[in-house]
Design a binder for this molecule. Structure first.
Ligand code: NAD
Length: 289
């Protein structure tokens, strides 16, 4: 079997052109472009790169982005005040706090400071709590998990009754993906670093979502033939052949998985572009409500 590739770049491009049209309509109605406020603390190069990518994506779809960039030495109150300033700014519809924050900063307090109506990253505890409760609707759902669900839906894959295994239990990826798959009526198992015999668990899954941060962890013999495999991982590995000296691989061994899976995402070009597209979609939604 050769897996069908789920093309995140193509889906993200389509989503972004829909957002562009929606942003133009919102701008005509509001008399200003939809606005995203980004808080970046410290000088982690990867975080700075993600923020630049998000700002460029905003430019492409007609969303105005503003950044509050603070040094790693910023006090807790300064970071929370940056969030509160965006809460109070009528030109800002959505707020993104780029994670991780420096160790000295209380992340929970910063995320709690985001106004619920501007939580376009969907990681306020109230939004995550609503996601996990029957009959409650979060205002926003987190970007990466929403992108994963959209890729599955766009591929015409039915989830009801399927066995799904999520590897990873982080607040921003593994947890919300598991909740969203449950809400789509899949039977979900959550695995993590203390799971005993991970391959035994993943082999029974119709759908595997890997969100671990371990390069090419998931091998061919971990997968049920025909499984849907969504690779969230994004890991830089040394590559002397590349100009930069490194390249990105996922948490799934792509070459091996391709021979067994029914559906498979690539890294790069799978979940990554969808994360940004879903952040923009949430920002537009915030401007429209
Ligand atoms: P995290 O470090 O917060 O969580 C990793 C999870 O994996 C933890 O729950 C841990 O228990 C589990 N884990 C670690 N080693 C394991 C092992 N050997 N076996 C089973 N489980 C194990 O990471 P995160 O923020 O959830 O990110 C996960 C991956 O997804 C990273 O590679 C990250 O770069 C990537 N990511 C990609 C996007 C995107 O847009 N493509 C967005 C967010 C995160």
């Amino acid at each position: 079997m050769t897996a069908a590739i789920i093309d995140g770049r193509a889906v993200a491009k389509r989503v972004q052109s829909e957002i562009r049209a929606g942003a133009d309509q919102a701008a005509a109605r509001l008399g200003r472009r939809p606005g995203l406020g980004v808080v970046l603390v410290g000088d982690d190069p990867a975080s700075a790169m993600y923020v630049r990518m998000k700002q460029r994506a905003c430019d492409r779809v007609g969303i105005q982005s503003s950044a509050s960039i603070l040094p790693a030495s910023a006090a807790q109150s300064e970071v929370e005040n940056a969030v509160r300033a965006f809460n109070a700014d009528a030109a800002i519809d959505g707020i993104l706090v780029q994670l991780p924050l420096p160790f000295s900063i209380d992340e929970a307090a910063v995320l709690n400071a985001i106004g619920l109506s501007k939580d376009v990253d969907g990681i306020h505890p109230v939004n995550l709590g609503r996601l996990g409760m029957r009959g409650r609707e979060p205002t926003f759902t987190p970007a990466t998990p929403t992108g994963v669900m959209r890729l599955i839906a766009e591929s015409g894959i039915e989830l009801a009754g399927k066995e799904a295994v999520v590897i990873g239990r982080s607040n921003i990826v593994g947890l919300p993906i598991a909740l969203m798959l449950t809400n789509a009526d899949a039977t979900v198992t959550r695995c993590h670093s203390r799971t005993v015999d991970l391959p035994l668990v993943t082999r029974r899954a119709d759908v595997v979502v890997a969100a671990v941060g371990q390069p090419e962890l998931v091998k061919a013999d971990w997968l049920k033939p025909g499984a849907v495999v969504i690779d969230v991982g994004s890991n830089a590995v040394p590559d002397p052949a590349s100009e930069k000296g490194y390249r990105y691989v996922g948490d799934v061994d792509f070459a091996q998985a391709q021979a067994v899976a029914g559906w498979l995402t690539k890294v790069p070009g799978g979940v990554g572009p969808m994360t940004i597209a879903m952040l923009l979609a949430n920002t537009l939604k915030a401007a429209q409500t």
